[in-house]
Design a binder for this molecule. Structure first.
Ligand SMILES: [Ca+2]
Ligand SMILES: [Ca+2]
Ligand SMILES: [Ca+2]
Length: 466
């Protein structure tokens, strides 16, 4: 395509078209040419800036299904019935509010909404080990691999999770003190009997959904190039990839999504969310999320076979793949620039990869060959005992987590009205999130503990500019 005057002007305005890669990428454009310039409450809800008008229309169709509340079957609206029988909530949007980040209950009376609890037991038999190959875990025999807190009429919800927190106190080198909240997960009102002694649980908050298609467009070889499982370079960091089952391809592939990278694609994460979180079946997950021990659940009417047409699942996947990354702010600010340097010096960038270029991605010209700043290597790292959930998932151990992307992190408060971070939302602000780092990130944590107050503030200013 010959560049037109209009396109050049767009490029000048920072909205480069997808074919023109600028020589020096604009540091504000975390999502390359997909980046949107909006720092308001809607910052996470836009389609990629370089999307064509007709595809923008498809994006908004997907967005409508993402927001749509599902209802109990049978109903006069058969296109959106089939909720449950067991479910966490009735729409995607209710957990991923404004496509943003969820949080644990913020007060004693706050419901357990945008956080969910995964369940499993350690494998003992050969059959259970075989199960791990395709599910990643051995589901708890009665409750399955996810705790659904609600049931439709006639079906009891599975139980009520709750956090209890213990305070952990610590001191920076300059004498300033801090307090962290160590969560303990309790599950009460269990309606299908006691959980076994060896139950493994893991609480997870809903992540923000920006830039997921870009993460999917990173070439596998570029991700593997950052892995150093045996720490050959001796920097104390030994990231390795997760490998997970891809139901559509019927094979094990690189995992990229979820807090343990246990999902290979946005499409499969979407299919799984429909099934486990909302109780909606689809082509690749045709069975309702009830175990053989949950007979009432199995006897309820369904909303069609399957309940969500593949076109619906595809529309939501399209939407979730093309949510734009918002532009950085204050990139020239001296304190932000100082923080950026400290981020490098403290070793944060060894996991939170600041820059990478996407490869090709069939069907998504917007996402191809984009210089991006995701601040993740998509690899698993041992983050120490403090963060461990002791619940292995595919190749992720009970201590390991996928490096969380940091793009957009400074806008979470504006979009979602809270500053809760980490997989279970235990950190009440960005500094606490860093102070929970351990294991391979212990050196980075120590570096922050020895920083002066001014340096810590600069580091936070930098994170808030992302
Ligand atoms: Ca259903
Ligand atoms: Ca369940
Ligand atoms: Ca290393």
């Amino acid at each position: 395509m010959k560049p037109t005057l209009a396109l050049s002007l767009l490029a000048l305005a920072g909205i480069a078209n997808s074919n023109a890669t600028p020589a020096t990428p604009d540091p504000r454009q975390s999502g390359g040419a997909t980046t949107v310039f909006d720092a308001s409450m809607s910052a996470f809800s836009h389609p990629a800036a370089n999307i064509s008008p007709s595809r923008q229309n498809d994006f908004f169709i997907g967005n409508a299904f993402f927001k749509q509340p599902w209802v109990v079957a049978p109903s006069p609206t058969p296109a959106r019935d089939g909720l449950g029988p067991l479910f966490n909530i009735n729409s995607c949007q209710n957990c991923h509010v404004q496509a943003g980040k969820g949080h644990p209950p913020l007060s004693k009376d706050d419901a357990f909404l945008s956080t969910l609890v995964r369940l499993s037991i350690p494998p003992k038999t050969a059959a259970q080990r075989a199960m791990q190959r395709t599910i990643g875990v051995v589901p708890e025999p009665t409750y399955g691999d996810q705790l659904q807190i609600h049931g439709i009429d006639g079906v009891k919800g599975e139980g009520t999770p709750r956090f209890e927190y213990t305070e952990i106190k610590g001191t920076f080198k300059d004498g300033e003190t801090y307090t962290l909240l160590q969560p303990k997960l309790l599950i009460e009102a269990l309606n299908y009997g006691k959980l076994p002694e060896n139950i493994q649980t893991s609480a997870r908050v809903a992540p923000a959904l920006i830039g997921l298609g870009l993460l999917e467009a990173i070439e596998e070889t570029d991700i593997l190039a950052q892995a150093d499982p045996d720490d050959k370079n001796g920097d104390g960091i030994s990231g390795h990839p997760n490998y997970a089952w891809d139901a559509a391809q019927q094979k094990t592939v690189l995992g990229r999504f979820g807090w343990k990278a246990n999902q290979p694609s946005v499409a499969q994460q979407t299919t799984t969310a429909f099934n486990n979180d909302i109780g909606i079946t689809s082509t690749f997950r045709p069975e309702p999320s009830c175990t053989t021990k949950q007979q009432e659940c199995r006897q309820q009417p369904d909303g069609g076979k399957p309940e969500a047409q593949q076109t619906t699942v595809d529309a939501v996947t399209f939407f979730a793949s093309l949510l734009a990354v918002p532009a950085r702010r204050d990139v020239e600010d001296t304190s932000v620039l100082q923080g950026q340097k400290l981020f490098q010096q403290a070793g944060c960038a060894a996991c939170h990869t600041p820059a990478i270029t996407t490869g090709s991605k069939a069907g998504f010209p917007e996402l191809e060959h984009q210089p991006i700043q995701p601040f993740t290597d998509l690899l698993l790292h041992d983050m120490g005992e403090g963060l461990a959930d002791k619940r292995p998932d595919f190749e992720a151990s009970g201590n390991e987590w996928r490096t969380a992307p940091l793009w957009g992190i400074g806008l979470v408060e504006t979009v979602n009205g809270h500053t809760r971070f980490l997989h279970d939302g235990r950190a009440c602000n960005l500094l606490e999130a860093i102070l929970w780092h351990g294991g391979e990130a212990e050196k980075a944590r120590q570096a922050v503990l020895t920083m002066s107050k001014e340096e810590r503030n600069a580091l936070l200013r930098f994170l808030n500019s992302l």
